[in-house]
Design a protein around this ligand. Structure first.
Ligand code: MET
Length: 341
């Protein structure tokens, strides 16, 4: 693998013919199913999602990205696709939980033992593997985040629920590597939103999800989609804690927040998936701007430990903006590689 590989955090802009982006915008990502968002009849939906995935793959290849995702084209949200496929959760009689901005949201209601009875994203990895020769990454929601996006009516406490989710994620992660994934990324945005419980049991749940896994793993921690959560705090409320986790790569956002990268001093054993693309603004950064954002990390980490990435997912971006921003990443990588010789 080349130095300074470029990658998405996961999602790419979904086509308007596939999903009603006007209904997606401005609302919190759905926790239960939101089938009404799809513009294609159920009979043809998988075919349409496959075609949209091919489009996302080719767009990433054309832009020159090194690590490709499926663009999360098949998902209404980054987490509901997996979370609603588990046994033990009732999505027809949902519960309520506060989202990270404090709004009550319909969420899966844990009504029995959480069990993953079948692989959920295995076909997604197989499809990606069959359609590109580049390195591939797939994302899966983390056990802590899922525990915060659920109403627990079954387990004695939320920690027990998080550990049950961890077992489901662990089985899935193993299957995703078996299906050909090069990198599996666990999305844990709620660790930033809820640092106290994240410390109490979230980290243990993440580590349990990684238990015995041998492939390259990543965890993504962010401030929330720029299209939904507008403010960026000074810094992360939960991050150095990950130093002790067996995860290989940590995905953080630094562009929109202008994050003080001193936090990387605590994470020198990790590869950092460095968010250097601001998703709050559809205008495309120049390659020089992106390169300058990456250079900031070299005060703390050797280039060998940096992956060039977006702050969070590109789900809510217009497609032209997404394409331009991907090209800016690839061009920035080329500038930096030339500098490094
Ligand atoms: N993998 C997800 C995405 O790219 C991460 C979302 S965290 C709010 O959309």
């Amino acid at each position: 693998m080349t130095v300074l590989p470029t990658s998405l955090v996961g999602s790419y802009a979904q086509p308007d013919w596939l999903i009603d982006r006007s209904k997606l915008a401005g609302r919190f990502p759905p926790r239960v199913r939101a089938k009404e968002l799809w513009r294609v009849d159920p009979e043809f939906l998988e075919q349409a999602q496959d075609d949209a995935t091919l489009l996302a793959i080719r767009a990433q290849e054309r832009a020159g990205l090194d690590v490709l995702t499926d663009g999360e084209m098949r998902r209404e949200s980054y987490s509901n696709h997996f979370a609603t496929a588990l046994d033990g959760v009732d999505v027809d009689n949902p519960g309520t939980a506060l989202d990270r901005s404090g709004h009550p949201n319909p969420v899966p209601r844990i009504a029995g033992e959480i069990r993953r009875t079948r692989p959920i994203e295995r076909r997604d990895v197989e499809f990606l593997r069959a359609n590109t020769d580049r390195t591939i990454k797939i994302t899966v929601p983390g056990p802590f985040t899922m525990s915060q996006q659920a109403q627990n009516d079954f387990y004695p406490d939320d920690e027990a629920a998080a550990m049950a989710y961890a077992a489901a994620v662990n089985a899935e992660v193993r299957d995703l590597f078996d299906a050909g994934a090069d990198v599996v990324q666990i999305d844990e945005p709620y660790m930033q939103a809820r640092p106290e419980p994240a410390r109490q049991y979230g980290l243990a749940a993440l580590n349990a999800a990684l238990d015995g896994v041998t492939g390259t793993t990543a965890v993504h921690i962010c401030f929330g989609y720029a299209a939904i959560i507008h403010e960026r705090p000074e810094g992360y409320s939960f991050l150095p804690e990950l130093a002790g986790s067996p995860v290989d790569q940590i995905s953080i956002e630094t562009a929109q927040s202008g994050l003080d990268l001193g936090v990387l001093r605590d994470l020198t054993d990790k590869t950092i998936i460095l968010g250097v693309i601001d998703l709050s603004d559809p205008s495309v950064e120049s390659a020089d701007t992106v390169a300058a954002r990456v250079r900031r990390a070299f005060d703390y980490l050797p280039p060998e430990q940096v992956v060039i990435a977006t702050d969070c997912g590109m789900k809510y971006l217009p497609r032209e903006a997404a394409e331009g921003k991907m090209r800016a990443m690839a061009e920035a990588a080329a500038i930096l590689r030339a500098e490094l010789g």
